[in-house]
Ligand binder design. Structure first.
Ligand SMILES: NC(=O)c1ccc[n+]([C@@H]2O[C@H](COP(=O)([O-])OP(=O)(O)OC[C@H]3O[C@@H](n4cnc5c(N)ncnc54)[C@H](OP(=O)(O)O)[C@@H]3O)[C@@H](O)[C@H]2O)c1
Length: 436
């Protein structure tokens, strides 16, 4: 049997502890599956004395994780610290430059610097694996890289942030406000003390940028993702959507559009009865459409110790087996630059909610203003509650027919100028066929 694969784990938090546990508990199986033993030789975290519930007594402690990147006895550095820059980036970059394989769960790092790091990995002939960075325990990267290699991918859509999906599911189940459910999620440990990365859609956008690169053979470009979070969704929106036969989900969607690839993260009305509508709580799901395979939906836990460590281990097994593949499926020289698709001609139906004066003729005028912008209305609901405390205005909800995004933008300008409309209307897309 070949010599053991020597591993250094940098970061012993939720994921790092999970990885150390699996390495110990599944040792025999992992050795048999890989054809060689996996040996944990070094670990690092900030606090050396913290009890983490794992046995690391025979393992070297590095006060500075960066020492792993040049240690002669380490073949693979597993980066589980986090952050797109700082020590995580330095550690990964140096380890790759020094000819060490790297496994990471760090979506922010890969979304921001993935291609540059992949170039270094390719030059040195080592692996840069990051299965855990997208949708936790769901083996989505291997699915795209291996199982779907025969397909031209036409769209990828996913529920990529468990915190948001938990909040939206709870709001639906209990009728409570976004703020109240977020506070509970924080108390339960499902949401960070600073939840802005999750609820603002940034975390999902990091993952979507990676998926879009893999699916469409383009460079990862986080800056080309349009991002909108769930902060403005109210319990009444969820109730209105339900009456129309939809659930509200934070979706990440990537598909080919005119002149480029569209990459968007935003709340979306997803028709009940479709796979993504059925995904509840902290679960993640990714729906892929390939020209040969049709639609494929993978669902599972997107975070947490076990699922994330499970994905890290699958990357380690690949390396132990000697499998080194281009980090973005094709060599970086084959990746196309990421070009943002022109969005004006994109077609979608929309949910629009705004507060309007309770005045005869007001809705007819607003509808006419929208029609002038080529937006036609399929359904209107004028609700008697909740009445806006300061203006006395009442919520009005429109569902539009399919319309071009450019027309919708014009319609919103008309709407915001109308004297009976208060505040900024909430506009939510209805899922198109590639995003359900
Ligand atoms: N948690 C999840 O479910 C999940 C899911 C998917 C991906 N990820 C990704 O996995 C990575 C790790 O996440 P996590 O949830 O495990 O984070 P975490 O629980 O906050 O753990 C981070 C670890 O990094 C250590 N650390 C921080 N700064 C360090 C430094 N300068 N040098 C050495 N160690 C340092 C911390 O040390 P101390 O323990 O001593 O403070 C801690 O052990 C992140 O990139 C995250 O985005 C996490």
């Amino acid at each position: 049997m070949s010599k053991p694969l020597s591993i250094g784990v940098a970061g012993l938090g939720t994921v790092g502890v999970g990885v150390v546990k699996i390495l110990a508990e599944r040792k025999d199986f992992l050795t048999a599956a890989s054809g060689r033993a996996m040996k944990l030789v070094a670990v690092s975290a900030r606090n050396k004395t913290k009890d983490r519930g794992i046995d690391i007594s025979g393992v070297r402690w590095e006060d500075d994780a960066r020492a792993m990147s040049s240690a002669d006895d380490i073949d693979v550095v597993v980066e589980l610290i986090g952050g797109s820059d700082g020590i995580a980036r330095e550690l990964v970059e140096t380890a790759l430059s020094n000819g060490k394989h790297v496994v990471t769960a760090n979506k922010a790092l890969i979304a921001r610097h993935g291609v540059a790091l992949a170039r270094v990995a390719e030059q040195r002939g080592v692996a840069l694996n990051y299965e855990a960075a997208v949708a936790g325990g769901i083996p989505i990267i291997k699915a795209l890289r291996e199982g779907l290699a025969a397909n031209e991918i036409t769209s990828v859509a996913g529920i990529l942030n468990g915190t948001c999906n938990y909040i939206l599911t709870e709001m639906e189940a209990t009728g409570r406000s976004f703020e109240a459910v977020l506070a509970d999620a924080q108390a339960l440990g499902y949401a960070e003390a600073d939840p802005s990365f999750d609820v603002g859609g940034i975390d999902a956008a990091h993952k979507l940028a990676i998926l879009a690169s893999l699916a469409f053979g383009q460079e990862v470009s986080f800056d080309n993702v349009e991002v909108e979070g769930i902060e403005r969704i109210t319990a009444s929106d969820i109730e209105f959507a339900k009456d129309f036969g939809y659930k509200i989900k934070l979706l990440g969607v990537a598909m080919r559009g005119p002149g480029g690839v569209e990459q968007r993260v935003h709340p979306t009305l997803v028709p009940e009865g479709t796979p993504l509508a059925a995904v509840s709580g902290v679960f993640n799901a990714v729906s892929i459409e390939g020209d040969r395979v049709g639609q494929l939906v993978l669902e599972g836990r997107g975070a947490g110790e076990g699922p994330t460590a499970s994905a890290v281990l699958s990357d380690l097994v690949d390396i132990a087996r000697g499998l080194v593949v281009p980090p973005f499926i094709v060599p970086t020289s084959h990746l196309k630059p990421s070009v943002k698709a022109k969005s004006d001609a994109n077609k979608s139906a929309y949910y629009i909610r705004f507060n309007a004066a309770d005045r005869a003729g007001s809705i007819a005028e607003i509808t006419r203003a929208l029609a002038d912008a080529q937006v036609s209305i399929e359904r209107i609901v004028q609700s008697s509650e909740p009445r806006d405390a300061s203006t006395g205005r009442l919520p009005v909800v429109f569902l539009t027919h399919e319309t071009e995004e450019g027309s919708m933008r014009k319609a919103l300008i008309h709407l915001s100028k109308h004297e009976d409309v208060a505040g900024k209307p909430l506009v939510v897309r209805l899922a198109t066929s590639g995003s359900r």
